[in-house]
Design a protein around this ligand. Sequence first.
Ligand SMILES: Cc1cc2nc3c(=O)[nH]c(=O)nc-3n(C[C@H](O)[C@H](O)[C@H](O)COP(=O)(O)OP(=O)(O)OC[C@H]3O[C@@H](n4cnc5c(N)ncnc54)[C@H](O)[C@@H]3O)c2cc1C
Length: 392
Amino acid sequence: MPSVASTGSVVVIGGGIVGSFIGYFLRREGFGGAVRVIERDSTYRFSSTALSAASIRTQFGCDFNVQMSLFAARMLRDIRTWFGPDADVGYDERGYLMVGSPQTADAMRRGALRQNALGAAIDILSPDQAKQRFPWLNVSDIGIATYGASNEGWFDAWALLQLVRREARRLGVEYVADEVMAIDAADDRVTGVRLADGTRVPCAWCVDAAGPAGGQVAAMLGIDLPVRPRKRTVFHLKAPLDGIGFPMLFDNSGAWVRPEGAGFIAGIGPDPANDPDADGDFEPDHALLDASLWPALAHRVPAFESLRVLRAWAGHYEMNLLDHNGVIGPHDAIGNFLFATGFSGHGVQHAPATGRAIAELIVHGGYRALDLTPLGYGRIRRNEPIVESIVY
Ligand SMILES: Cc1cc2nc3c(=O)[nH]c(=O)nc-3n(C[C@H](O)[C@H](O)[C@H](O)COP(=O)(O)OP(=O)(O)OC[C@H]3O[C@@H](n4cnc5c(N)ncnc54)[C@H](O)[C@@H]3O)c2cc1C
C-alpha cells in the first residue's frame, strides 16, 4: 500500500469507540490530511459502545487478541498520560475468573501459560485453591479456574468514548453528523461517500468502522462481509452478596456476571438456533433469565439463588459469523477501503489497538507496533477461519 503520510483525506464510517480511536491515532501517527468521522447518531443511543459491558480480559485463545488487550490495559492504567490530568474511565482492575470443567482443564492450563508468555498475568488455580480465594464459588464440578489479577477488569466505555472524541477533535478530526448512504468507487478505488443530506465527501481512504452495521456498509460496495448484528441482553441484578472482591466471573455454562455499582450485571448468549440478525431490535430477551442465566448463576454462586432483576437492556454484537474475530485491514481488490469491524463482543477493549493499526496502515503503509495481518480480509475471502476459542 502506498504511504499517504500527510496528504489525502480519510473518511471513517462510524464514530463509536473504534472509529474514534482511528481518528485519534491517525493524528498521533502524523496524518496531516483531513479526517472526517461520519456518525449518524450523535446520541450513540443504539451504538454497541454505549450498550457494552465494557470489560477487558487477556484470557483469549488467539495471540493477537491477548496482545491487543494488553495494549488497552496499559492505556487504561495510564489513562491520564494519554488523555490529560482530568481523564477518568473508572478502570476497575479486578480480574476475570474463568472456570472450566475437568475435560477442558488441560486446554485452559495450556491457554493460560501461552497468555502469560505473551505478557499476561494469569493464575492457574485448582478447584480447592479457587474455593479458598473465592469462598462463594461452587467448585463441585469444575476442574480448573484461571484468574487474571492484572490487565483485566472493567471500565466506563462511555467515558472512554467521550475522552477519545474530545482528543480527536482537539487534534483536528472532524465529526460529521450524517449517515453514509452509498460509497462511490471507480477502477477498484473508493472515491468518496454519499451522505443522507445529499453531500458527497471525497476521500483517498475509507474505513468501515460501522460496528454491527459493518456488513451493511461493506455491502454498499457489493462486498460480502459476514458481520451481522446479533442481540445480546444484559441484566442488572441485586443479590445478597458482597460485590467487594468479586471479579468478572465467566462460567463454563456461558454465563457471565460482574459487579456494577451496588449490584451486578450479567448475561448469557442465546441458543445459537435462536439468534437471528437483529436489525432494529433492542428489546431485552427477558426469557433468557429463567431459561438459562438464573440457573447457571445460582449453580455457580448459590447466593444468586435469590437474585432480583433491577432492569435489563439489549445491544448488538457486531458478530463475525466466520470466526468471531475482528476484521482489520484493506479489502484485497479495493485497496483503499479498510475494515475495522466484526469484533463479536470484544471490540471496546480492542478499539485502541485497532485504531493504532488502521492509522499505521494508512500513514506508514504497514503495521509497526503489532502485526495484525492474520486479521485481514484474506481469510474471509478464502473462507479460512481463525477461530477464537474463548468467546461469550
Ligand atoms: C451487550 C454487549 C456487551 C458487550 N460487552 C463487551 C465487553 O465486555 N468488552 C468488550 O470489549 N466489548 C464488549 N462488547 C462489544 C463492544 O461493545 C463492541 O465491539 C464495540 O463497541 C464496537 O465499537 P464500534 O465503534 O465498532 O461500534 P458502535 O459503538 O456500534 O459504533 C458504530 C457507529 O457507527 C454508526 N453507523 C453505522 N452505520 C453508519 C452509517 N451508514 N453512516 C454513519 N454512521 C453509521 C452507528 O451509529 C454507531 O454509532 C459488548 C457489546 C454488547 C452489545
